[in-house]
Design a protein around this ligand. Structure first.
Ligand code: SF4
Length: 365
């Protein structure tokens, strides 16, 4: 997508996660995490397919025990997306996940070292090196090492960054640099500060996220502000929007809306609608829903606007490829600011669909 206000992305190394590259010149990658019981292979594969259809590019699953670790190869066989194993505390699980053929492991070396010592972390790093896979060092504000909490007083951005840098140096001392790094906080200002600080010190790709962001409404706002602020500064190579939601595809849709809002990546239509006001002359809720239903399966990055009155609507929708403008019982369709059709209010959705199809044919010609 043409980026008229030119976000200059920070230069990072390119790291491969299976067949998907992260960092360097690669697009900012969208990822998610399953909420199925990993041991339930079918449910997990089904959810991964659903997330892939929505646009997910890298998928992570929790590996809480040996049984979950033992089915990773089966999950991998059933999917096309790169598979990431998320492991806490138990380095044996990380070793098993690597043996099972995952494309990356996510560990917090601090909590692995707590249980198995640095020796355990070393074994994992060496196994990842032999397998040629990447490791994400995932530092979370809630699990920063005690000596750093003692040093900084509480989990500060500086503490999180120092923790990440310690782990990075340890991996580098083992000649392992196939790394992606995250320093997640649930508080947005600290999350932004931590990533800004980290990005000034290293050139490994950064995985962004606001951890425990909350339910759809709150989590979307926190993620859009936290992740969006960093992306607007050119920081971040991949990210996950974390939402407490029954429909995990919402994380993917939200992620792409963040990218589309910043004009970093296109993914399907860019939709705008007027907020309505005292001049509104049409049932806007019905009209926007009708237009969005038509757009549901559209993959092209077209700009669509729905406006509520004939007075200001056409002017406000000038930027749109297609604008649907309501009037008093009648409405109009505009293409790139030019009136192409007037019709009854009831006929607007059909007219929109016809113009959309025509636009698709024009762009193929
Ligand atoms: S397009 Fe018309 S109805 Fe919608 S907010 Fe603007 S003036 Fe109000």
């Amino acid at each position: 997508m043409e980026n008229s206000w030119s976000i200059k992305r920070r230069k990072t190394r390119r790291i491969n996660v299976g067949n998907v590259s992260v960092g360097g010149d690669a697009p900012v990658r969208v990822q998610s995490m399953c909420n199925t019981d990993t041991r339930n292979v079918k449910a997990t594969i089904d959810q991964i397919h659903e997330l892939e259809d929505a646009g997910c590019e890298i998928i992570r699953v929790a590996v809480p025990d040996k049984q979950a670790a033992s089915v990773l190869h089966e999950i991998k066989r059933g999917i096309d997306l790169p598979l990431v194993a998320d492991i806490h505390f138990d380095h044996e699980l990380a070793l098993e996940a690597i043996k099972q053929g995952v494309d990356k492991i996510r560990i917090n070396p601090g909590n692995i070292a707590m249980r198995s010592g640095r020796k355990g972390v070393e074994e994992v790093v060496r196994a990842a090196k032999d397998a040629g896979i990447a490791i994400r060092i995932g530092v979370n504000s809630g699990s920063i090492e005690k000596h750093l909490i003692d040093k900084y007083g509480y989990p500060t951005p500086e503490a999180a960054v120092e923790s990440a840098l310690d782990h990075i140096r340890f991996c580098e001392s083992l000649d392992f640099e196939n790394l992606i790094i995250s320093v997640k906080f649930s508080r947005v200002p600290e999350m932004i500060s931590a990533y800004k600080l980290l990005s000034s010190k290293i050139d490994y790709p950064l995985h962004l996220g606001v951890t425990e962001a909350g339910t759809s409404w709150i989590g979307t706002i926190k993620s859009a502000i936290g992740i969006g602020t960093l992306l607007s500064m050119g920081i971040g190579d991949t990210f996950r929007v974390s939402l407490t939601t029954p429909d995990k595809t919402e994380e993917i849709r939200t992620a792409y809306e963040i990218l589309k809002s910043l004009e970093i990546r296109s993914h399907g239509p860019m939709f705008t609608s007027c907020p309505t006001c005292g001049r509104t002359e049409v049932d806007m809720l019905k009209l926007t829903k009708g237009v969005q239903d038509v757009l549901k399966d559209v993959k092209e990055p077209i700009r669509v606007a729905v406006m509520g009155c004939i007075v200001n609507g056409p002017g406000e929708a000038k930027e749109a490829d297609i604008a649907v403008v309501g009037g008093k019982g009648r409405g109009a369709i505009y293409k790139k600011g030019k009136l192409v059709k007037t019709t009854t209010e009831e006929g607007l959705i059909d007219a929109f669909k016809a113009e959309l199809d025509a636009l698709g044919k024009e762009s193929q010609a």
